[in-house]
Each structure stands twice: as structure tokens, then as C-alpha cells.
Design a binder for this molecule. Sequence first.
Ligand code: IVH
Length: 682
Amino acid sequence: LMSDKRKAKKYTKNKMIKEKIEKLRDLINQHNYRYYVLDDPRVSDSEYDRLMRELQELEAEHPELITDDSPTRRVGATPLSEFDQVKHEVPMLSLSNVFSEEELQAFDKRLKDRLDDESEIEYVAEPKLDGLAVSLLYQEGKLVQAATRGDGTTGENITQNIRTIQSIPLKLMGDDYPSVLEVRGEVIMPKASFEKLNAKAREAGEKTFVNPRNAAAGSLRQLDSRITAQRSLDMYCYALGKIEGVELSATHKETLQKLGLWGLRINPEVEVVKGVAGCVDYYQKIGEKRQSLDYEIDGVVYKVNRFDLQEKLGFVSRAPRWATAHKFPAQEEMSTVLDVEFQVGRTGAITPVARLEPTFVGGVTVSNATLHNMDEVERKDVRIGDTVIIRRAGDVIPEVARVVLERRPDDAEKVVLPKNCPVCGSEVLRAENEAIARCTGGLFCNAQRKEAIKHFASRKAMDIDGLGDKLVDQLFDNKLIEHVSDLYQLKASDVAALERMGDKSAENLIHALNNSKETELHRFIYSLGIREVGEATAKSLANHFRDLQALMNADVEALIEVDDVGPIVAEHIQYFFQQAHNQEIIQSLQDAGIHWEMPEVIETDDLALQGKIYVLTGKLSQINRNEAKAKLEALGAKVTGSVSKKTTAVIAGKKAGSKLDKAEKLNIPVLNEEDLISLISV
Ligand code: IVH
């Protein structure tokens, strides 16, 4: 039996661990809030990861201290077989619509009449988010349930999935939140995440989502929350449901501010406006901002700010009288496919593009729409002569959403992938498990070279001010440039002679080219346009190798050591640098004066063995124990004297004893001296 003293000691130790765990959780929640809700992180990713790892380790050692609201518990381990039904005590309403300023005037007048008060009404104007309405229930500050809107009265219990959304707190912040708080808002998928998700699906030959709203809905309706966790969803809160235990604020705006203080995400575009004039200004302003927002909206919403007025106005059927949605004009229109042409991209990818009868869609005239790839053409069964629905969504590039089959003419023509590149005549190949067909011409193909130059000049690459796609076309078509390296040989007089160029703009271009020579290694790597090497990979490569020559010399084995570089990307990189032609171009770019400073020292968390803990035991023959220890530590590992559950592996030489036994008992991996040598010779 444990003595009282030992019991007491154990009790204090447990209490300390519990406090430590709680402190870590608070800290992580704070960082999460700064990162996901305020978009204003205060710590590096690696510091955040370190805290998270520490918490995970402590929880693994003390499973009895795990709570449901721990930031480590966002993703559920067991998929559901179906969603339970949830009844909304306070129904989830819909909104009336107005489509013009006149209708808005009429709406405002109706309210004034009903209130029997002619004074100007104060509204809260908000973007109308194009996502999925959900309701979150917090009890004593803890997220206990989340449900879809469903029919407004009954929805589905999607708590498991909602918990995976990082901007939704599992635990509210502060200490003045109500004991029961139901908060409503919209779950959305950011445009960029939507594009990425679809690009991935396209590559895998899978079905794509029609728009970010469908993608958000599909992601929330996963029975396996591990899938939802991989889809970056987000949520903005805009209304209350049930609330108990505190006085309500007097206005909608103040309520939103409160929600913000409790850690919930509120849309930053929300504004208080006065009267119809204020609403119209807001509508225009948001309309102009629409493309640059990173999520989709389909209008704006006006809500009477004062709750006492809201109460007086009440509801009609399923919608509040005190709010209305002001919708933007449709983003979908009908058009006809005049022809389908094939564009050749930087990597040779051949993209079918529909030439359309010019059509006005959501504010601009559209005469081309991408069909992405042949799989999509086949899936949507688009034919020349078809009537189609054109959509401008997420990105600015319009796409063919679907064919209106009822209108297909008898002579509609099937689309066939050309056997030869429309630009250079080289063979077109489509790898068996790939959706994308490619021109095999490489740098022989004018289209590929031209696109490579556009990429090189672009903002995230060499950032050559004023050298946009059109000017590259002009320079290239006039044979002033053939390769990226020719850019730095351009003479102002040659450029000035081009159409629509003058002395001044030519000088500006030369100046911008000179400016671009002072750059950063990761930009330079990215600008080379190596297949599959995007901005992030370029950064990892720069950080890892720090020196261009080292990168150029690296073999596949060395390349896959880099974060985010897998075997396929490694092959692309190695292949690129092996080409004599590419080596020449790089040399001539450096000869022209392109230079960079060596990237700063690698962050410690990027060390190969960071976070690993080893125990050395037994007699080593090729290396002495201290040397081995020093090498392991230099790579970021810890070397300790006793085996515990935290030990990554035990490295056992000859005649190892009790430590080896303990490792086997605890199921800790055991390495031999050869393993050690290869571990430290990275
Ligand atoms: S308030 C009390 N605010 O629009 C009114 N709804 O057509 C309840 N929506 O189901 C809704 N953005 O999915 C409100 N800023 C916003 C909104 C918004 C999008 C959606 C919501 C609702 C639908 C009603």
C-alpha cells in the first residue's frame, strides 16, 4: 500500500501535470485564435508545433487528463455510420431578397411604416456568404453540438466535422460568456482551397466540385471527420440562437463584437450604415471588393441594428422582417460553343478552351472558358455547337459549367484531342493514369518557352515590374527574346521600337530588369519553372541547400530529404538540372548579374532529428560513444541515459544489457551500430 506521504506526493505531481497541460492548452488556443480567427499570428509555425507536440506527449502519458476540448482532439478517430437529427429550438430562418435599389427603398419604407417612425434606420451591413448555415451550441463555454440548418427546424448533427475547423473554438475565451450560447453562421471553403481541392481531384481523374459552396457542403457531410479535416473550411458567425445566463446587448453590432471577444470569427467587412444611402454605398463597395475577397459571396445582407426594433418588426413566415439580402446579378449565363481550341502551357500541358459567343456574365463580357482537360470535356460531354452554361466562380477564369442538352443541334461536333501540338507540331502524349495531355516539344515548343518567360517575370518569381503577359507575347513574337536569359540582353532602343511602346516605357522595362537582378534564392528557384516546384517547395529547397550549386548537384536521394519533396518531384528537379540547356541558361542568368544573399541559417526545428530522443547502450566499435552523442545532438536529437516511453529508439552496441531489455518491454525500436552510422551521416 502507498504511504500517505507518497500518495500526497503523487497527488501534487499529478496536480502539477494537470496545470501544465491546462497552461499548454490555453497557450495553443490563444495562438490558434491569433492565427485562424485574427489572421495575425504571433509565433512561428515551429513554435506552435513544438507546443502541440509537448501537449500530445503529456496527454499520451496521462490519458486520464485528456478532455474533449483539448486542441489535440479536433479530429475524431472513428467514422460515423449516419448523422443524428438535431431539432433547432430557435428555428434557423431564411432571408427575403431585394434585387435593386428601388426594392431596397420599398423594404426600408415598409419598416418605417411598421415602426411608425420616419427617422433614418441604422442597419448592419454584412457580406452574404455563399456557404452553408450551421448552428453551434456552447454550454459553459464548451462546444457540445453543431448542426446543419436542414429545413430550418431539424438539421443534422455534424459536431465531429465542425470540430475539425480550426477557426471554431472548442472552448470560448474570456469569462463572461453565457452558460448556454447558440451561435449561427456560415461555413465556407476559401476560393484558394476550393481551387486546390479541384485541381487535385482533376489530376486524380476524380469528380470535381461545382463551386466552393458545394465543396463546403460535401466536406461537412463526410461521415469520416478525418476527410473533413483535410479540407480547409472556415466559419464566420453572424447571428444568435438560444442564449441563457447573460443580458443581451442592445444591438446586433455589439453582439457580434461580444462573439468576437469570446473567440468566434466575425467577418471583418461588417459595418454599421445609415439608411438606404448607406446600404447602397456598402453594396457598391463590397461589389468592387468581391473578386479580391478570398471567399465567395452572392450579395450583401442588411439587418436592423437595434434589437428592440427587431422585436417590434418580428417575422413573416420563415424570414425576419428586419433583415433582407441584396443579391448581386447572376454569375451564370447561357452561351454557345463556337469552337474548342487547345492551349499549351509552360509544362506542355494542353488545355482545351471553349471559344464562346460573347456573353455578359456577372459584370464582364466572356468569350473564352476553360474546359480544364479532356476528362472534363468527356465528363461534361461538351461539343462544338452546344449551348452551355458559363460560370464565373472563385477564380476570374470563367468555366463551362454544363451543357444544355435539350438545345444540342444535330451537327454538334465531338471534341478530339489533337495528336500533335498546335504550336510546335511535336507529339502530344497523355500518360495512362493522368488526366492531362502534354506536348512533348519541351523548350523546342514556342508556347512552352513563351509561358516559361511569363512565369519567370511574374510577381512571385523574379517580379519584373511592368513585364506582363502581353509584353512577353510582343517581345517573343518579334523575336527579341527566345529564352529567359535573353531578357537581360534587351536594349531600350529595340523595346522602344515595338508597337504601343515608347522611349519612356522601354527605359522603365530595362530599369525593372536591372532591379530584378538582386533577388532571393527561393525566388530564383521558383522562377525556373521546374515541374511541381511551387513557391513553397522552392522555399524548402532554398532553406535546405542554401546554395544553388548544391541544389543543382543533388541526386534524388538528397532531394527527398527536403520537406515536401517526394520521389516524383525529386525526379523532376534532378531531370531539370541535368539538362545541358538549363545549365547554360542558369549560367547566363548569373553572368548577367542575377545574385542573392545566402538564405539565413536554417531554423532549428528543421534539423533532421529535431524532437527525437535516443539512448545509447552497449559497446560501439566504429565510433566512440561521445562522438556519436555529439553527432546526434548536432542534428537536433536528445541523447538520454534511461529508456522511457518517450524514447524514439535505443541504439544498442555489443553486450547491451538492461536498457535493451527495457526497450523490448516498452516496445521501443532498437537500432544497431550500422543504423546509427546511417542516421548521423545525413
Ligand atoms: S442571417 C436571421 N447573415 O443566407 C437571419 N445569413 O437566405 C438568418 N447567409 O440561411 C440569416 N450570409 O445561410 C445571415 N451575413 C449573413 C449571411 C447569411 C449568408 C445565408 C444563411 C441563410 C441564408 C438565408
